[in-house]
Design a protein. Structure first.
Length: 443
């Protein structure tokens, strides 16, 4: 009788890429149905309801404010209840907020609807998605976050479709339909947002759990085991936490202002049609998709600080072009520079924090960071909208943004990794008769 050869158990495919796909899909929905399309609604609300650009910008600021204020609580919910449950709550709140927006007639009602929408977008958005993806990757973390962010760019391609719907069937019907799409498409995508790889017997970047046990016996420790993950309290004590927050706030000051006011500037200020202004938004997001791939690939190989600082210079240059150069060629030049800068820099924000503070408490650290960088999201759109109402165009506002972006490059170029957290040695009782001694390093 031939000897029986033991069969190896089937190796389960790596599930981390499912989370990337789910995150990209959720980002696509948010980009297409709200963030990149918001400028379309700004024009529609101004024309039909007579609201000022500054008044509408306040609503966007309220949405940002609630997202930022929820940050620490949001991070706690993610660690306690898991990403999937939080995202499900967010999708329901987001759809409800879009339904409320479809029925507004006053600024007060608009502000209430934006607050509800803000809660939904926060719980189903960036913090939840990034928290889901980060634990699944180490060596390819920047690449994974970049691919996840491609959803933002793909969503921008649908902005001309949203603009056509607003023109053909009205903004109220478009918002109602968007709320339905949020539920129909978002709920299946949420299923892909899984817990950490250890819960599935896998390791970051793939591999069976057995590899982890073998690595524990090896004198060469894997990268994740060779460093300390900071708690939120420990991260708050570092300079890197606050310096990253300032740089990120400056970047979002630029991005949020462009999101709110680009369509209005291209249509009203430069005299192009609403559909062509929507095409400018789509062009930005197409270019940013290439930037995501470039930033993710380079971010896993060279210093992320160089990439992010250079991207901020490109942001500033693009805004000067948009503000002071005439014609469609200026819009295209802006779209290329701004899109590349946004694409390269965006995924590296989360990747830098994970590199510096670890993945164990990423949700709470990122949630607390939102209290810092939301300041840029709050100030930018309102400042630029107010200057446009007072001065009659966006030139001065965009020039101010350019200056902030240029200065913010220094925040990234001078960034230094935080030192390992200082912790007292763990101690244990040997027995009632012996003194307590420090825990051995290899215990």
């Amino acid at each position: 009788m031939a000897p029986v050869t033991p069969t190896q158990p089937a190796r389960r495919r790596f599930l981390g890429w499912d989370t990337v796909v789910g995150g990209a899909g959720l980002q696509l929905l948010q980009s297409a149905l709200f963030f990149q399309s918001f400028g379309i609604y700004v024009v529609a609300w101004s024309e039909e309801l007579g609201w000022s650009r500054a008044g509408i910008s306040v609503g966007y600021a309220l949405l940002t404010l609630v997202s930022g204020l929820l940050g620490p609580f949001h991070g706690m919910l993610l660690e306690r209840f898991g990403v999937r449950r939080v995202i499900l709550v967010g999708l329901v709140a987001w759809a409800g907020g879009m339904t409320l927006l479809a029925s507004v007639t006053t600024l007060t009602g608009f502000y209430i609807a934006m607050l509800v929408t803000g809660v939904g977008l926060a719980f189903a958005g960036f913090l939840s998605i990034t928290t889901a993806v980060v634990p699944w990757f180490m060596r390819r973390r920047s690449t994974a976050l970049a691919l996840m962010s491609v959803g933002i760019s793909l969503g921008g391609l649908l902005v001309p479709l949203v603009a056509s719907l607003v023109v053909d069937v009205g903004w109220r019907t478009t918002l109602l339909a968007s709320g339905g799409v949020v539920l129909l498409a978002g709920l299946p995508l949420s299923v892909l947002m899984r817990r950490s790889p250890e819960a599935y017997g896998q390791l970051p970047d793939g591999g069976p759990a057995e590899a982890a046990r073998l690595a524990d016996r090896s004198p060469v420790r894997p990268v994740r085991e060779s460093r300390f993950d900071h708690t939120l309290q420990e991260a708050l004590k570092t300079r890197a936490f606050w310096q990253l927050g300032v740089g990120h706030a400056s970047a979002l000051l630029v991005v949020s202002s462009v999101t709110v006011h680009l369509v209005a500037h291209v249509s009203d200020g430069l005299g192009f049609s609403l559909q062509r202004a929507a095409f400018a938004v789509a062009l930005v997001t197409v270019i940013s998709a290439a930037g995501h791939i470039i930033g993710g690939t380079l971010g896993d190989r060279i210093d992320k600080r160089i990439l992010t600082g250079t991207a901020m210079v490109a942001h500033g240059t693009s805004l000067l072009v948009l503000a002071w150069m005439p014609g469609w060629s200026a819009v295209v030049t802006f779209a290329v520079l701004h899109g590349l800068a946004w694409g390269v820099r965006g995924p590296l924000m989360g990747s830098l924090r994970a590199d510096y503070f670890g993945a164990s408490h990423f949700g709470s650290i990122m949630g607390a960071s939102m209290l810092v960088f939301m300041i840029g999201q709050l100030i930018g759109p309102v400042l630029v909208g107010t200057l446009a109402d007072v001065l009659g165009d966006y030139r001065v506002g965009f020039t101010v943004l350019a200056g902030v972006a240029m200065l913010a490059s220094l925040s990234f170029w001078t960034l230094q990794p935080p030192p390992p957290p200082t912790r007292p040695p763990k101690r244990h009782r040997v027995d009632d008769a012996r003194a307590v001694t420090p825990t051995r390093p290899d215990a």
